[in-house]
Design a protein around this ligand. Structure first.
Ligand code: VTB
Length: 339
């Protein structure tokens, strides 16, 4: 029997949608880091997002553990992996967070930087361990059964074209622009499919790939495992599928992962990456992107944000457009502090 106020309430009981509380957290991070858009200083942009997010996270009633955060405790003062967050009351949750996904995108004023967070039941999020990279593919539900990390990518793109009833030239795959992808990129081009090359930001790219009527059919590539877990949380809510596999860079990393008990052959899908039955996800745009508009400072007093606010259990996907009154917020924050 769940305790009163728990999000993991008995079936049929209306309960809390934590995503509605999380959106304030991502909005705060986006507004703070958006001050640094194009300033060429990704550390400050990230720091501003972390500080803003950490303060607001304390307002969420929960007993949270950061599973995917800013890194190990000795390298991250806040939102480090293992940090306990919230007031300790129910529910018990795992937290995956990236206060600024795409720090370089933000620093260069490029599209698709996001503030993002996801929660799910304690113990339900995949912990990537020592691996720095993961192979990933994501697509919307109609093509989900075609995802295969071992099939050559041009073949998968042909199958998607066939399923869509189009030519392979009409298919578009989004790929991180990295030297490790050069061979595959060449093969895809030879096969005649099109590529959207992105400098960073494969969480936004994964969300785009699973969106209906998206210009992009598939996300493919080797990127960060934290971004894989965050994308999976979003996909659990919005629909579509991701498959991923840990990708050790060298023998040392392979050994460390094996010693830690990881199965390097295992194909991890959205349900494995985020196994909970009740997943909450919120993301707010920092710079303008395909999925979300960025935070805009429109006047001395005002700013606007756009966020995605989602929950897997109910399947509700909200787009929240917010207008923020910076003068009032400042006064309000001061009054709270002085109280
Ligand atoms: C990607 C990208 C991220 O890390 O996951 C990437 O989506 C992978 O790492 O925005 P490399 O940059 O080392 O290739 C980010 O760029 C940063 O988190």
């Amino acid at each position: 029997m769940a305790e009163p106020g728990s999000v993991f309430a008995p079936e049929g009981t209306p309960d809390r949608n934590l995503a509605l509380e999380l959106v304030r957290v991502t909005e705060a991070a986006a507004l703070a880091s958006a001050r640094w858009v194009g300033m060429g200083d990704k550390e400050s942009a990230d720091g501003a997002a972390v500080d803003a997010m950490r303060v607001l996270l304390d307002t969420v009633r929960m007993d949270g553990t950061v599973v995917i955060g800013e890194g190990e405790k000795d390298e991250a003062p806040m939102l480090y992996n293992g940090e306990r967050i919230g007031d300790g009351s129910s529910p018990e949750v795992d937290i995956a967070v990236d206060p600024l996904e795409g720090t370089t995108l933000c620093a260069s004023g490029s599209p698709n930087a996001l503030a993002v967070i996801a929660l799910s039941e304690r113990g339900s999020m995949f912990d990537p361990g020592p691996c720095v990279y993961m192979q990933k593919m994501a697509t919307r539900s109609e093509h989900a059964d075609l995802l295969d990390l071992d099939r050559p990518l041009p073949e998968t793109l042909s199958l998607i074209a066939e399923r869509k009833g189009t030519d392979i030239r009409d298919v578009m795959v989004v790929v991180l622009d990295r030297p490790r992808h050069e061979d595959t990129v060449r093969q895809v081009r030879e096969a005649g499919a099109r590529i959207r090359m992105i400098p960073d930001g494969d969480v936004a790219a994964a969300l785009l790939a699973v969106t209906d009527r998206s210009p992009v059919d598939l996300l493919w590539g080797i990127g960060g495992p934290p971004e894989g877990v965050l994308a999976a949380a979003g996909i659990r809510c919005i629909g579509g599928q991701i498959v991923a596999r840990l990708w050790p860079r060298d023998d040392e990393e392979r050994e460390a992962a094996l010693d830690a008990g990881y199965d390097l052959e295992e194909v991890l899908d959205a349900d494995r990456l985020v196994a909970g039955d009740d997943v909450f996800f919120a993301a707010t745009g920092v710079t303008d992107g395909d999925v979300l508009q960025g935070a805009h400072y429109e006047s001395a007093e005002g700013a606007t944000t756009e966020s995605l606010v989602m929950r897997s259990r109910s399947g509700t996907v909200r787009r929240v457009h917010a207008r923020h009154d910076r003068t009032k917020l400042r006064d309000y924050a001061r009054a709270e502090r002085d109280a």
